[in-house]
Design a protein around this ligand. Structure first.
Ligand code: SAH
Length: 220
């Protein structure tokens, strides 16, 4: 990974004001958020706004999540350095880059080919070599590479997709926004002894998860 001194003060301020003061305590997660150059993941004209407390458009009608949501979802997964993680909805690749500093390997799936290609090129250029970008319907997961210790779904689903639950390892954790197109709740699902337990975290708002085991087409 390339060290980036550019925007370092903005990044430090983001970590302090938006994350630490709002209750993100995990020092590994804070360290990863301090290390990943978020400005490299947004469109050129939005670079100066990359560290603001908001989601930003990344093209194709999609968004890069607000820094706090990226950190909160990452912290909920309690990643171990030996974990294999799966992300659904690569978008610009930012969340995958954050995960990659905390897990052994990250697989991320993006349904829009143009975003998948751009994310893959960007992650390689920035040196995130343990991230693998796949293009396709992420609601199917990656059965050939399962099981995963952690799954992060970065788009809103009507319910947790069955194939993703099936691809969770024993002791595995999945974080997913569940709800309708306007309002969702982050759910943390854990698999222990072959059984799933679900904890409700906080309210959130994501773009829809569109696929075989989610919404059939984007709601207008
Ligand atoms: N994690 C991203 C933000 C995700 S936005 C980041 O760090 O930038 C949600 C993304 O999910 C969008 O890019 C959208 O195209 C994608 N998406 C929606 N449904 C999908 C599906 N079934 N499989 C894979 N990607 C999907």
């Amino acid at each position: 990974m390339l060290e980036s001194k550019e925007y370092a003060p903005q990044r430090a301020e983001m970590v302090e004001k938006q994350l630490r003061r709002r209750g993100i305590e995990d020092t590994c997660v804070l360290g990863a958020m301090l290390a990943v150059p978020r400005h490299e993941f947004v469109p050129e004209e939005l670079r100066a706004r990359a560290y603001e407390d908001v989601p930003l458009p990344i093209g194709s009608g999609q968004t890069i999540s607000q820094p706090y949501i990226v950190a909160a979802m990452t912290a909920a997964l309690h990643l171990q350095p030996t974990d294999r993680a799966l992300e659904i909805g690569a978008g610009c690749g930012y969340q995958a880059a954050v995960l990659s500093l905390l897990a052994k390997e990250v697989f991320t799936i993006e349904r829009r080919a143009e975003l998948a290609l751009a994310a893959s090129e960007r992650l390689e250029r920035l040196g995130y070599l343990n991230v693998h970008v796949h293009c396709g319907d992420g609601t199917l997961g990656l059965p050939e590479l399962a099981p995963f210790d952690a799954i992060l779904v970065a788009a809103a689903a009507p319910a947790p997709p069955q194939p993703l639950l099936a691809q969770l390892a024993e002791g595995g954790r999945m974080i997913i926004p569940v709800g309708d197109s306007d309002n969702q709740e982050l759910q943390l699902i854990e698999k222990r002894g072959g059984k799933f337990s679900t904890k409700m975290l906080e309210g959130c708002r994501f773009v829809p998860l569109v696929g075989h085991h989610a919404w059939q087409k984007p709601p207008e």
